[in-house]
Design a protein around this ligand. Structure first.
Ligand code: HXC
Length: 298
């Protein structure tokens, strides 16, 4: 990733940041930018080998301390245990990046309750558990903190065929606004980034399983390109920088104005028939199974 330094060296020195889902994709891109600026990083996720490899890359490249925590944020107890471990073994967090997500395209009428729960329990509930677990510790200690949540442009446009994700991300968007006011007097601020398409293996394989559509999406974007890790890394660093303490309760769109030009995603799937949906489901479930094998548990 491009971590071109537009920031002061050591901007995050002495700062401790947890990135949920930080071993891969957008989470790793943000971790990389923060590590480049001297932050101590904590990464959590479900796959130990993925986290270990990501942590080692950050240590080697930037010489920073990186902790890893294997858990599923769908468990409130596991989230609270992780926070307790960080606080007691390392010290208080300064920032939390709510990045972990789960998603797949499906006709809404085909979703099982478990399918709906898998996504909403990760995105909607898991993000709340992490935010509350950090917030209550900051409040008890009488110190401030910063929360940055990754939502998506669909919180404004809605999005067909990803309804559990769109509903859940909209909930995180309104959590950001609500807690910015409730916790602002305690020195805790909350902001969010609503990215457009920044291709990652986890998202592309589940949202565009049959054809990556990258050329068409780049062409339709007013900037004629898709997002890159550096784009979200730099915005995350800007929003989390302690000097920006007056930025609170905001969701910043980061999509090259794609949503303004083109509106909701995935309208092309309205043309799909049963066979297309079956093929998509098989590809997504093969990816889910391969991820699950790396977790070593069902
Ligand atoms: C219909 C499906 C399905 C599909 C899974 N299910 N895939 N249903 N179509 N394609 C159903 C299963 O049949 C099952 O229901 C239920 O979902 C749970 O499936 P599991 O595979 O057991 O779940 P699990 O292993 O817990 O995996 C969770 C997951 C998976 C959400 C399904 O996709 C995942 O781990 N994702 C993490 C990474 C990820 O999604 N990254 C992309 C984020 S993109 P039944 O009824 O059969 O038991 C994103 C975009 C917005 O968030 C943000 C942009 C920045």
């Amino acid at each position: 990733m491009d971590t071109d330094n537009i920031f002061k060296d050591g901007l995050f020195a002495g700062q401790r940041v947890l990135v949920t889902g930080g071993g891969t994709g957008l989470g790793f891109a943000m971790a990389e930018q923060l590590a480049a600026l001297g932050a101590e990083l904590h990464l959590c996720g479900r796959r130990a080998s993925v986290l270990d490899e990501a942590a080692q890359r950050l240590r080697t490249r930037f010489g920073v301390t990186v902790g890893t925590h294997v858990l599923d944020i769908r468990s409130p107890q596991a989230v609270d245990d992780m926070m307790e471990t960080i606080w007691t073994r390392h010290g208080p967090l300064d920032s939390l990046v709510n990045n972990a997500a789960g998603n797949f395209i499906s006709r809404t009428e085909d979703l099982s309750p478990n399918g709906f729960h898998a996504i909403s329990d990760i995105v909607f509930r898991g993000t709340f558990y992490a935010t509350q677990a950090a917030g209550k510790r900051w409040i008890a200690a009488g110190r401030g903190g910063s929360v940055l949540s990754i939502v998506v442009t669909w919180v404004a446009t809605g999005a067909p065929f990803v309804v559990p994700s769109a509903m859940s991300k909209a909930g995180i968007d309104v959590m950001t606004k609500s807690l910015a006011v409730e916790w602002g007097p305690k020195g805790i601020r909350l902001n969010a980034i609503a990215p457009g398409v920044i291709p990652t293996a986890g998202a592309s394989g589940r949202l565009r399983p049959v054809d990556s559509q990258e050329n068409a999406m780049a062409t339709q974007n007013p900037t004629r390109r898709l997002g890159e890790g550096g784009d979200i890394g730099r915005l995350a660093a800007f929003l989390l920088a302690p000097q920006n303490s007056w930025i609170n309760g905001q969701t910043i769109t980061l999509d090259g104005a794609d949503a303004l030009a083109n509106g909701a995603y995935f309208t092309q799937y309205q043309e799909w028939g049963d066979a297309d949906w079956q093929a998509a489901r098989e590809k997504i479930q093969a990816l889910n199974a391969s991820d699950k094998a790396q977790r070593g548990a069902a």
